[in-house]
Design a protein around this ligand. Structure first.
Ligand code: SAM
Ligand code: DTB
Ligand code: SF4
Length: 365
C-alpha cells in the first residue's frame, strides 16, 4: 500500500493530524511495523558540494545570494574531496550520501560532468547516492541515473498556496516537473517539506495532498523543521514545538505507509524523548554528522548514544532496492579521450624539439 486511501482528503488528513497525540503515535507505530523494521534507522550524510551564491529567493535559505547571511559562495568541490568525505561518512556508519548544490537548476557544463563523476565514484563505494541540485531536465536526469544515482531530492516544501509566500523566483509547477523528470528516468524520489515557516496546519496537509495526487508518491519524504537563519526573511520565526514535528511525522507515516519518512533538519531543537517519539511514529532516517548543509546538526556521538539508549540500529544500504549500476558517461568519456589526445600531441611536440638549441640572436636597435 503506497498511499492510504483512508486518508486521502483534506478533511480526513486534518482529523488525523489533530488526533490526541498518543493515539496518533500509536496508529502511526502500528502502520510502521507493517512495512518497516522499527529497530532500523538509516544514517545519511549530507555534503554541500557547492555552497552559497544561489540566485533563488527561498525565504528560509541561508545560501541565497541576495540575503546577508554568514554563508559565503564557494566553488564546486573536487571529485577527490567528495570521495574522501564519502569514505569518512561510510566509516562512521552512514549508508547514504546526499550531495547538495546551491543551484537554481543544473546546467550542462563541466561542473555537472564533475557531479556525474561524483555519483559514479560514491555509488562504487557501495553507498546510496542522493543528489539535490535544483531543477533538472529529462536528459540530465537520465545522465544521473546512468551514473548510478539512487535518489533525487527535490522538496515541495509546503502547500501550493503557501509556496508563493516563501519563494517567488520559481513556481510549484517547476518543482513538480523536476520530480516527474527524475521519476521518468527511474530514479527514486525524495521529496518533502519544512514546517515552522509560519504556515497553517492546512498547508502541512496541503503538502501531503500534493504527494497524494502523484501517480507514484515519493519513496522518501523528509520532514524538516525550519532552521531560522539570521539574515534570511524567516530569521524571526519562532521555533515550533517538537509535538508538531511528531504529529507531522506520524501523519506522513500513516498517509504513505511504504515511504521512508526522514526526520531531517531541526533536530538540534529537539530532545531525545521528542526524537524517540518520532522514531516510534515511523521516522526511519536521520542526517548524521554535526552539519547539515550549512547549519548545525547534533554531534555524531550524541546520536550514537541515542541509538544505544533506544535500541536502534543503522540501516544498511540498498535494503529496499537494488544498487544501481554505474555506466560510463559518453560526455565524460569523450572529454577524457580529447584530453588524452591533447596530452599525447603535446608530448610528441616536446619530443620533436628535444636536443634542439635555439639559434643565438643578436638584437640591434
Ligand atoms: N538548491 C536545491 C534546491 O533548492 O532544490 C538543493 C539544495 S536546498 C538547500 C535543499 C532543501 O533544503 C530545500 O528544498 C529546503 O527544503 C531545505 N532547506 C533549506 N534551508 C533550510 C532551512 N533553513 N531549514 C530547513 N530546511 C531548509
Ligand atoms: C532535506 O529535506 N533536508 C536537507 C536535505 N533534504 C538536502 C537539507 C536541510 C538543509 C538545512 C539548512 C542548511 O543546513 O543549510
Ligand atoms: Fe537556492 Fe536551493 Fe537555497 Fe533555494 S533552497 S536558495 S534553490 S540553494
Amino acid at each position: 500500500m503506497k498511499v492510504n486511501s483512508q486518508y486521502n482528503t483534506k478533511k480526513s488528513l486534518l482529523e488525523l493530524y489533530n488526533k490526541p497525540l498518543l493515539e496518533l503515535v500509536f496508529e502511526a507505530a502500528t502502520m510502521h511495523r507493517q512495512y518497516h523494521d522499527p529497530r532500523e534507522v538509516q544514517m545519511s550524510s549530507l555534503l554541500s558540494i557547492k555552497t552559497g551564491g544561489c540566485s533563488e529567493d527561498c525565504g528560509y535559505c541561508p545560501q541565497a545570494a541576495r540575503y546577508n547571511t554568514d554563508v559565503d559562495a564557494q566553488k564546486l568541490m573536487t571529485v577527490d574531496s567528495v570521495v574522501e568525505q564519502a569514505k569518512n561518512a561510510k566509516e562512521n556508519g552512514s549508508s547514504r550520501l546526499c550531495m547538495g548544490a546551491a543551484w537554481r537548476e543544473v546546467r550542462d557544463n563541466k561542473d555537472f560532468d564533475n557531479v556525474v563523476e561524483m555519483v559514479q565514484s560514491v555509488n562504487e563505494l557501495g553507498m546510496e547516492v542522493c543528489c539535490t541540485l535544483g531543477m533538472l531536465n529529462e536528459n540530465q536526469a537520465e545522465r544521473l541515473k546512468n551514473a548510478g544515482l539512487f535518489a533525487y531530492n527535490h522538496n515541495l516544501d509546503s502547500s501550493k498556496e503557501y509556496y508563493k509566500d516563501v519563494i517567488s523566483t520559481r513556481e510549484y509547477e517547476d518543482r513538480l516537473n523536476t520530480i516527474e523528470n527524475a521519476r521518468k528516468a527511474g530514479i527514486s524520489v525524495c521529496s518533502g517539506g519544512i514546517i515552522g515557516m509560519g504556515e497553517a496546519v492546512e498547508d502541512r496537509i496541503g503538502l501531503l495532498l500534493s504527494y497524494m495526487e502523484m501517480e507514484t508518491p515519493p519513496e522518501s519524504i523528509p520532514i524538516n523543521a525550519l532552521v531560522a537563519v539570521e539574515g534570511t526573511p524567516l530569521e524571526d520565526q519562532k521555533p515550533i514545538e517538537q509535538w508538531e514535528m511528531i504529529r507531522m511525522v506520524a501523519t506522513t507515516r500513516i498517509a504513505f505507509p511504504k515511504s521512508v519518512v526522514r526526520l531531517s533538519a531541526g533536530r538540534t531543537k529537539m530532545n531525545m524523548e521528542g526524537q524517540a517519539l518520532c522514531f516510534m511514529a515511523g521516522a526511519s532516517s536521520i542526517f548524521a554528522g554535526d552539519k547539515l548543509l550549512t547549519t548545525p546538526n547534533p554531534e555524531f556521538n550524541e546520536d550514537m548514544e541515542m541509538f544505544k539508549i533506544l535500541g536502534l540500529t543503522p540501516k544498511a544500504a540498498f535494503s529496499d532496492d537494488e544498487q544501481p549500476v554505474s555506466l560510463p558517461d559518453p560526455i565524460i568519456e569523450e572529454r577524457k579521450k580529447k584530453e588524452m589526445e591533447r596530452a599525447q600531441q603535446l608530448a610528441e611536440a616536446r619530443a620533436k624539439h628535444e636536443g634542439f638549441t635555439p639559434r643565438k640572436v643578436t638584437l640591434v636597435d
